[in-house]
Design a protein around this ligand. Structure first.
Ligand code: SAM
Length: 508
């Protein structure tokens, strides 16, 4: 038995710390960012210092950055250039001096604050004249689901010009890490200065967010608001300064307590290509593949990729793991690629190492693809934990429907190297399993996500996952038939007798 085979899998959910507690992850928005403390616990548990820890679907970089801070070699990969821009941008913050960052911000202020204030006063004719003086990105075509057809239509002319003036001032800074930090702040400002920004009801105009992150498409606000460009940028630049101080402190602390040897590597590849270069080299993988067609990452990142000059080519777009999107990729393609991705993960791991995959979807065949391909390629399922209550989960839940499934399952596999044979089409009585799970519940309430996750794992254990085909409506009515009621205040299901007691306590 080696060190890794003796690891006892984590079997309890880890309460998520609010993302804001780590300012560096809050410097730039991205989709479905995993809570850093959960990721870190997994990394610390399943790997040791000096190990190569990878996330092949790395997004904004939480896995590889946590690994890097925790004295591992963090290997980040994502097909989306925006994701890599953010991840590398955050890591770079440990380089250069804070005084250089502060000087850079001062320099930008001197160069463009006055111009920005002038732009805010100009009438349309003068704005048009000003347009000739600045460098704008290409007027790219937007995805078909967008409210508008072309890139420039996502902005008012004032916003376009302000962003261009800011970018120009940053480009003129000396080429060092402070300049890169300011670019990260500029890119984060882009999220606020465009017409997809929707103000939150009843709060200050600047509070709110882009429809890109809430409804996952380019919806343009009916009455777009123009937030003040300099203030928006300045706030984001100050976030960068604070994030730098935070990262510097974390690294300093490591150096003082035993030394710091973290490394960070970054790749922008399709996972299958990545796996050809890293066969048998990785000690731990923690990853979060795209869940079907929920979010078209590349389409939705157009806002940033175009202006950063990072737009992916057609060949890359074709490789995105997604159902639908602009290229209308099929579900079959998605399932095949999801299976291949899991095989790729297992093949990149050394023998006797661990793989954690975060996933959630109503479609059981996606889980089937993950579980079967891992088993067939030599990795055994050792733990399946529902992470109910993460910030992302709560955000989805606020949309308040009993069919929103948002509590992820973390599936952890051990690579023994022995390929297993999968039997998956045995007969399954779904109602019976659901009843068994409900009857075993000690509490009077249950999260739908938790129950669905349990059902998936039970079906897998009983060699029947291939027979599990249940729609959201079936699931909901089954629970109702068993005497459970959906509590939309708390987002969970409650036993009917319990609800009766809550409503009519005097009758007891
Ligand atoms: C669910 S997100 C990961 C989010 C990440 N866990 C975080 O904390 O920010 C999935 C990522 O997979 C990327 N992706 C999609 N298809 C890919 C492929 N074929 N190869 C590599 N990455 C891909 C997307 O760009 C997206 O950033």
């Amino acid at each position: 038995m080696n060190l890794y085979s003796r690891i006892v899998p984590l079997v309890k959910p880890i309460p998520a710390t609010r993302q804001a507690a780590k300012r560096h992850y809050g410097t730039h928005p991205y989709f479905t960012r995993r809570p850093y403390n959960v990721v870190r616990e997994y990394i610390l548990h399943y790997s040791k210092e000096g190990d190569r820890v990878m996330d092949p679907f790395g997004g904004s970089g939480v896995t590889a950055i946590e690994a890097f801070i925790e004295n591992r070699i963090g290997i980040h990969n994502d097909i989306n250039p925006l994701a890599n821009f953010i991840a590398q941008g955050i890591v770079n913050l440990h380089k250069g001096l804070i005084s250089e960052y502060k000087n850079a911000l001062q320099c930008i202020e001197q160069r463009c604050m006055q111009t920005l204030s002038q732009i805010s006063q100009l009438d349309e004719k003068k704005l048009q004249a000003f347009k000739r003086k600045v460098k704008l990105p290409e007027n790219a075509i937007l995805p078909k689901t967008s409210d508008v057809g072309r890139y420039y239509e996502l902005f008012s002319l004032r916003q376009l010009l302000s962003l261009a003036v800011l970018k120009d001032a940053i480009e003129k800074l000396p080429n060092n890490y402070a300049q890169k930090g300011m670019f990260l702040a500029w890119s984060a400002t882009l999220s606020k200065l465009n017409k997809t920004f929707l103000s939150a009801e009843g709060r200050a105009e600047s509070r709110g967010g882009s429809s890109i992150f809430s409804i996952y498409r380019y919806k343009v606000a009916k009455k777009p608001i123009e937030l003040p460009a300099w203030e928006m940028f300045y706030e984001r630049a100050v976030n960068i300064l604070e994030a730098k101080e935070e990262i510097d402190k974390a690294v300093e602390l490591k150096k003082r307590t035993g030394g710091w040897s973290g490394e960070f590597q970054i790749h922008c590849k399709d996972i299958e290509e990545l796996s050809r270069q890293h066969k048998g080299q990785i000690d731990y993988i923690f990853t979060d593949p795209p869940y079907g067609g929920h979010i078209s990452y590349l389409d939705l990142s157009t806002l940033w990729n175009v202006w950063l000059g990072l737009s992916p080519d057609a060949r890359t777009r074709e490789k995105e793991l997604i159902v639908g999107g602009e290229l209308n990729l099929s579900e079959k393609q998605y399932i095949d690629r999801l299976s291949n991705s899991i095989r790729a993960c297992v093949s990149m791991l050394k023998k006797d190492r661990w793989l954690s995959v975060v996933f959630q979807h109503w479609n059981a065949s996606y889980f089937e693809a993950i579980l079967s391909s891992a088993t067939e390629s030599g990795a055994e399922l050792k733990a399946a934990i529902s992470q109910i209550g993460d910030p992302i989960w709560s955000m989805h839940k606020k949309k308040n429907t009993n069919s929103v499934l948002a509590g992820e399952l973390i599936l952890t596999f051990y690579k023994s190297g022995h390929a297993g044979t999968v039997v998956k089409d045995k007969k399954l009585d779904v109602a019976e399993i659901v009843k068994e799970i409900l009857d075993a519940m000690r509490e009077d309430h249950i999260y739908g996500e938790y129950l669905f996750n349990k059902l998936i794992i039970e079906a897998w254990k009983r060699s029947a996952i291939g027979s599990l085909n249940i729609s959201k409506t079936d699931f909901t009515s089954m629970l109702e038939n068993f005497g459970w009621h959906y509590d939309d205040r708390n987002h969970y299901w409650v036993r009917k007798e319990h609800r009766q007691r809550e409503l009519f306590p005097m009758e007891e």
